[in-house]
Design a protein around this ligand. Sequence first.
Ligand SMILES: Nc1ncnc2c1ncn2[C@@H]1O[C@H](COP(=O)(O)OP(=O)(O)OP(=O)(O)O)[C@@H](O)[C@H]1O
Length: 713
Amino acid sequence: MWRSLLLRGTTRLLQVVDPRFLHQRHFSSLCLRSVTHRLIRRPSCVPRFHGTGCFLAHSGTRAFRKDAKSTVEFPVGPITVTEIKQYIRSKDIPFHDGFSCLHIPSIFIDSSARKDSFSMFIDKTTGQFLCKDTLLEGSWEDLQDCLEVMQKEGQDFLSPHVLLGYPHSVEEQEERERELMEVQRIWSSAVPFTDLPEDEAQLVKTMFQITKVTNATLKKFGVRVFKPTKSLVFPWFSGPNTSLKGVKLLSAQNGEAEEVKYNEAMVPKCSSYYNLFGLPLVSRMDSEVVLTGHELDTLAVSQATGLPSVALPRGVSCLPPVLLPYLEQFKRVTLWLGGDIRSWEASKIFSRKLGLKRCCLVRPGEYRPCPMEALARGKNLGHIIKTSIPAAHKSIVSFKQLREDVYGELLNTDQVAGVKWTRFQELNRILKGHRKGELTVFTGPTGSGKTTFISELALDLCMQGVNTLWGSFEINNVRLAKIMLTQFAMQRLEENLEQYDYWADKFEELPLYFMTFHGQQNIKTVLDTMQHAVYLYDINHVIIDNLQFMMGQEHLSVDKFAVQDHIIGAFRKFATNTSCHVTLIIHPRKEEDDRELQTASIFGSAKASQEADNVLILQEKKLVTCPGRRSLQVTKNRFDGDVGIFPLDFIKSSLTFSAPIKGKHKLKKVHNKPENEDVESSDMSVKKDEGKKENVNKTAKNPRPVKNPTKGK
Ligand SMILES: Nc1ncnc2c1ncn2[C@@H]1O[C@H](COP(=O)(O)OP(=O)(O)OP(=O)(O)O)[C@@H](O)[C@H]1O
């Protein structure tokens, strides 16, 4: 019996990996082995599914312990909720149809001992399950395996202890124990806020700018102070006995204009552990919750309104599906994630996962800052929550409904323009930033450095918290990660191997994931994988290198343009539907060597440039004096129409492209002429009127004090 279960496990493919795997020399075989070892994770050993699949790879004398937070074991085919329901019905299991999950009685607890009769949750999108009583988690296939076994054996529950023999390496076990000890050490040496002398407590509150938060609130949420690092400690409790599973340490630093800047550290590492802050204070009877993006915001909401409130562990960067079961009991979820556009965008995306119908969103704005600021400014938080807007989308709207959105965009021009690159200022100048939901088409001559350049472009964004998924079909993930790591460290690591671990550790913390496809792929499989990764990791940027690998071989002679158009259309739709930015690398047609590429050089019909929001071309002018010189030309920019070109110098040791020394190349303005007419490859050319840009920035920093009659009522 077990043999067959394990064999079945081997058939599952690992299709998305995160960078922490990429040091491994025998990646795929190890992954498969880890799947065969494991049927379901045991919480005592592996507290969450993010920690599953840990394994060891040895290379010479070095050993890498990999914490497989984000391996995704795909269902053999994507599962639908109808299929899940059909299967469960076929096993005569009763279920409740929840918002994001189906609820069934736990199969790991004897029916006579079940406290809550429906304590097991099956994610409607992925089929992953979580038993809240035992904290067991697993994939849809795992669950099916369990149910088949139960049926065969005629049992009405399975003992987790018999079932879950997952051998952990000594190193893994030690690491886990170390982390738990560290959690305990911090927690026990931290001082409960209310035990601090009043003057010290006031000092801490002033430092964190939380003077309006009462001691009673801090006590209620169990907030402590860790003196050695002058940090606030927020506990994460979970499990049936509400035991301490982790802590978040928050330190405060004075930023510009007397604003406080917070730094966070988490134990266990943030990438391997997720929990909702404030969960133990939620009663089983509560049917309403306010979801915030920060622990301090949860304190503010709770104190000011008395409403149940929980905080997302990693703020607006993600809502891991593993947390969804804990939010199932609420009939109304108000998302108040912060006071900026990023929080607003995140709340719209997260509400899809939570079920639109029960979600209400607090729209950020002058009168609705983040909850802690609202408390500090004496605002009526209850009113703000009451007047939050339903997330459910109406297909026909009037301007009355849109006017707040329009106002928000006008007020926050800079944020609306997207995430700015730190390494490519010229690109900021032309494109203004990297925005959600757009499609960027990128082309350039064969071997000109497209992959290398896009790698750095994406890395820059990823380093700023843009959750990134790579689909590299041409070069394998190890090579790609090597390029990215070199660009990250900005040096030739081959010559500085002693620094490898230092950089690899930092690199591991990036929200970066890789699809494990290689060579020709079916577009549907790729899109399903992307969809799945967006759901699991809130991916904001997908890079596809390159489109030709989805074209298939057999149809090429039939109508390759139609195939390409179809693929581009599918990526366009994906970007729009998921609010995820897709960067698509497309090979150009064969051009004459001495001619610059233009939008029309993109292989295929005009569909690519029509569908794209941005078209970027890596121009290669073969100069004897400067052979590595490239230029990046933006030939389409739907956001504000600015197009232009600027030079890129290639630094071979770090594989990076940087803007040449200032003064060497003068900025050249061009009019918005048809592409390529005014291109001089060594000049930086921006069509834009610079004065206009200055104004935009000023507006963003000092918003017009126009009173909006619809606001603040
Ligand atoms: N500006 C440059 N000057 C010289 N070499 C470069 C430059 N940019 C990249 N390279 C090197 O050229 C090689 C090919 O680069 P890369 O794979 O990024 O090109 P590509 O355009 O993606 O190729 P392909 O057309 O095959 O997809 C790599 O070894 C890379 O380090």
